[in-house]
Design a binder for this molecule. Structure first.
Ligand code: CMC
Length: 391
């Protein structure tokens, strides 16, 4: 391999040092700043986890209050951005809208684009975390033709997002505490996941000194793909396509067939080869939400049955393919009432804190350099140009 190590997909290359998130894929362990994900999901709140990822420690009461106040203060979007939304087709995918709108923030918040200033970096990070729910909810409102709702800062981060998405100006919106708690848990479970494709994209974009809004837009673009964040949408679409439990064996057979590109969406993970610790919490939350909301949709039966069949199937057992976080998150989001097209947008919303925390860590690292992988050239060797009439 010449002077370079060839590592397609970077399966054995550490691209950075990081103190944020630890994963042991064989043991099914995920820690944020040392704290296990199941403890954070069960006992903490998304605001606390954001503070932890950004600042390194769990906040004391006054620190959490101040942080929550700061995030709340930044929830509004520049009014002119509403015009930007109106330039999209109504059927635009929310992720397309999010890539555009988040990138466009660079044009509105010039006072937080100097990456050499730690204060500006933190302001940009707070702005991004705070504005994401507003941006995602507006993408949804635009797609269904309802008026945009301004944030209501008396509500929690998750409650506010639910109201901006499902509320209408004509009547008061009552946030369901079970749904609000489930939403908060989904956000916690997606907050960070070390050097996954979108986070690596944010770091690579940021390594050139690009402004944080542009970097996060790059992360959103990467997250969109079905092998990454798009898997929750793909998983739910697959469940709908399967439609009835009787059809599951047909799809299992297709997933095992090497000549068929079909994969069971929501199964398998690059790093977790035992189980995905996020999926465990998500599965429990899915059951709680389905029970509370009394939703009876045949796809939930398909999901339960598919999980049972796949967990016992030799192919999936041998290849260590387990349901991942996206398998269950799709089920919960669907039960809450989100259209599948919003699933990945919600993942982007939650992952924003991970992206900005990783970006801040990278910019503060004295060893930081522009990311510049090399290649193994496989094209023709040097040859002379042939004039057009002699080819
Ligand atoms: N269904 C059927 N077969 C599978 C699946 C699946 N979902 N996932 C992996 N395999 C097989 C694959 O065909 C390969 O078989 P073989 O060794 O015979 O060629 C083997 O398992 C290893 O797969 P791989 O693609 O080399 O593994 P990877 O680590 O590169 O890919 C993955 C991991 C997540 C991209 C993959 O499992 C997949 O495509 N899963 C479905 C999409 C999905 O659910 N993605 C969400 C990931 S979790 C959240 C996130 O990261 O955003």
């Amino acid at each position: 391999t010449g002077a370079f190590t060839y590592d397609p997909g970077f399966t054995s290359t550490a691209s950075c040092e990081s103190g944020l998130t630890y994963i042991d894929g064989d043991q099914g362990i995920l820690l944020h700043r040392g704290y296990p994900i199941d403890q954070l999901a069960e006992k903490s709140s998304f605001m606390e986890v954001c503070y932890l990822l950004l600042n390194g420690e769990l906040p004391k009461k006054d620190e959490l209050d101040k942080f929550t106040y700061t995030i709340t203060r930044h929830t509004m979007l520049h009014e002119q951005l509403a015009t930007f939304y109106r330039g999209f087709r109504r059927d635009a995918h929310p992720m397309a809208v999010m890539c555009g709108v988040v990138g466009a923030l660079s044009a509105f918040y010039h006072d937080s684009t100097d990456i050499t200033d730690p204060h500006q970096r933190m302001v940009a990070s707070h702005r991004l975390i705070a504005k994401m729910p507003t941006i995602a909810a507006m993408a949804y409102k635009y797609s269904v033709g309802q008026p945009f709702l301004y944030p209501d800062n008396s509500l929690s981060y998750s409650g506010n997002f639910l109201r901006m998405t499902f509320g209408v100006p004509a009547e008061p919106y009552q946030v369901d505490p079970v749904v609000e708690a489930a939403m908060d848990k989904i956000f916690i479970l997606h907050a960070d996941h070390e050097q996954n494709a979108s986070t690596s994209t944010v770091r690579l974009a940021g390594s050139s000194g690009a402004n944080p809004f542009a970097c996060i837009a790059a992360g959103i673009a990467c997250l969109w793909g079905p092998a990454h964040g798009g898997a929750n949408e793909a998983a739910l679409n697959m469940l709908r396509e399967i439609g009835r439990p009787e059809k599951i064996p047909e799809y299992i057979a297709r997933a095992k067939d090497k000549n068929d590109p079909f994969r069971l969406m929501g199964f398998g993970h690059r790093v977790y080869k035992n189980y995905d610790p996020r999926a465990k919490v998500m599965q429990k939350t899915a059951n709680e939400v389905l029970e509370k909301l009394g939703v009876t949709d045949p796809i939930f039966d398909v999901a339960r049955e598919l999980e049972q069949i796949a967990l016992k199937d030799d192919y999936f057992v041998e290849k260590k393919l387990y349901p991942n976080v996206d398998f269950y998150s799709g089920v919960i989001l669907s039960a809450i009432g989100f259209p599948t097209s919003m699933f990945t947008a919600l993942f982007a919303l939650a992952r924003t804190v991970g992206w900005v925390a990783q970006w801040n860590e990278m910019i503060s690292d004295p060893e930081q350099k522009i990311g510049r992988p090399r290649q193994l050239y496989t094209g023709p060797s040097q040859r002379d140009y042939v004039p057009l009439d002699q080819r």
